[in-house]
Design a protein around this ligand. Structure first.
Ligand code: PMT
Length: 403
């Protein structure tokens, strides 16, 4: 999600420096190019070698060091930065920047840069609450600098209170968010994700291979772009994105009810879940014992579950509905039939037999088919990238309708 982005990470001297190494690793995983500038204080906690290894880039520490090739380092760093992220940001560094001091490489780069500046402060609670620090922070906020909220908890000094640096995952989310366009503000998006499970008896059930990754990734993308997101999820092992409303369900009938509660006032419904089409006609209230009907065979009669998309597709008014089709053969033909039968605006067809596509993977291979007959084939890509394309396509539909 951060491909092609240059992030200058300023690391200042506080015990939370150890978390900054994890932060670099997480930013690099998002394909960002990370260049680390450490203040002298930071190098007392962790060596530059740690950050060099994690970022795969030279770590900058000195303002007046001799260089192997000539460029004015603080100017070239300042110019190439898309974002300057300072984490952990001490009261000292924040104070210097707020008061126009440029006495080390980091504060000089900040002074020389037009990039967005983001701080993840980390300090003792009394320092955090000190009016001098609060004034410095507010001054920078009025200049457009951004501050990631500190956590409340037990600090390294033993005190309990505000001033704990935000977790690396939160910081990465914040950074990703600051690059994303906010084109879904005031839109309510309902997303279904994951499998459903249909009980056979209290210990057994019917389910499928859906991990929820596709739906959770869509929820994250919609949230990042400013939408109000309701994520209706079958059982998964995933952590829901921060700031989305999660509704946990187990069965297709429960998913049907949950969609019903939000359908009338939603703008967009994305059906990425893999609901079970059938369920046992009578789930046994007690564990079915071996040989209870016939020693070698056990027959379980199934009955059809409601087709959620088909049902709400009949009632939709202004809502945009996006479906998925998980197919193993005749992909386009079957997806097209589902598109029409369920009244989707477009359908995302994935051939789940292809390596890297469909269930469980972090990647997918998709073809979009819309209700005007347009077909767009996409190559293998991360589910996060595919989510961006799906939201882009929805945005185009909204845009066309608004004209
Ligand atoms: O969760 P992952 O591991 O990331 O995997 C992603 C995925 C393969 C589950 C996803 O990409 C996908 O294809 N989801 C749809 C799976 C599915 O149920 O496909 P289908 O062809 O059976 O259903 C067609 C559409 O009708 C789907 O939008 C489905 O959500 C919906 N449906 C199906 C059955 C039902 N009873 N009610 C429905 O609304």
């Amino acid at each position: 999600m951060l491909k092609g982005k240059n992030i200058i990470l300023g690391v200042t001297g506080g015990i939370a420096v150890y978390k900054a190494a994890d932060l670099v690793s997480k930013l690099v995983k998002q394909h960002a190019n990370v260049e680390v500038i450490m203040t002298e204080g930071a190098t007392k906690f962790v060596t530059p070698l740690t950050f060099q290894t994690m970022s795969q880039n030279k770590v900058h520490t000195e303002m007046f060091g001799l260089v192997s090739h000539f460029d004015v380092e603080h100017i070239s760093l300042a110019q190439k930065a898309d974002i300057i992220l300072i984490a952990p940001a001490t009261a000292n560094t924040i104070g210097k920047i707020a008061n126009g001091l440029a006495d080390n490489l980091l504060t000089t780069v900040v002074m020389a840069s037009k990039a967005k500046i983001i701080y993840a402060p980390a300090m003792n609670t009394d320092m955090y609450n000190n009016l001098i620090f609060q004034e410095n922070m507010n001054k920078l906020k009025t200049l457009g600098h951004k501050f990631i909220k500190t956590g409340v908890g037990r600090l390294a000094c033993g005190d309990f209170g505000a001033g704990k640096m935000a977790e690396p995952l939160e910081i990465v989310d914040y950074v990703i968010n600051s690059f994303v366009k906010k084109d879904f503000v005031n839109k309510k998006v309902v997303i279904t994700a994951g499998p459903t499970i249909e009980p056979i008896d209290p210990v057994r059930y019917i389910t499928n291979h859906s991990s929820g990754k596709m739906g959770y990734s869509l929820a994250q993308e919609a949230k990042n772009r400013g939408a109000e997101v309701i994520l209706i999820s079958g059982p998964t092992h995933l952590r829901p994105p921060d700031g989305v409303e999660i509704i946990n369900i187990k069965t297709t009938s429960e998913m049907f009810e949950a969609v019903g509660k939000h359908f009338d006032d939603c703008d967009i419904l994305i059906k990425s879940a893999a609901p079970s089409d059938y369920k046992p006609i009578n789930a046994s209230p007690i564990k079915i014992k071996k040989g209870s009907s016939d020693e070698d065979n056990l027959e379980i009669k199934l009955v059809k579950n409601p087709d959620i998309a088909e049902y709400y597709g009949k009632y939709k008014k202004e809502q945009i509905m996006v479906g998925f089709a998980a197919e193993t053969n005749n992909v386009i033909e079957y997806a097209n039939k589902k598109l029409k039968k369920k009244n989707f605006d477009f359908i995302v067809a994935n051939d789940v037999t292809k390596p890297g596509a469909g269930f469980k993977n972090d990647t997918n291979i998709a073809t979009f088919i819309d209700n005007k007959g347009n077909i767009e084939k996409h190559p293998l890509m991360e589910k996060t990238q595919l989510s961006t394309l799906i939201l882009d396509k929805i945005y185009d539909i909204i845009d066309i309708k608004a004209r």
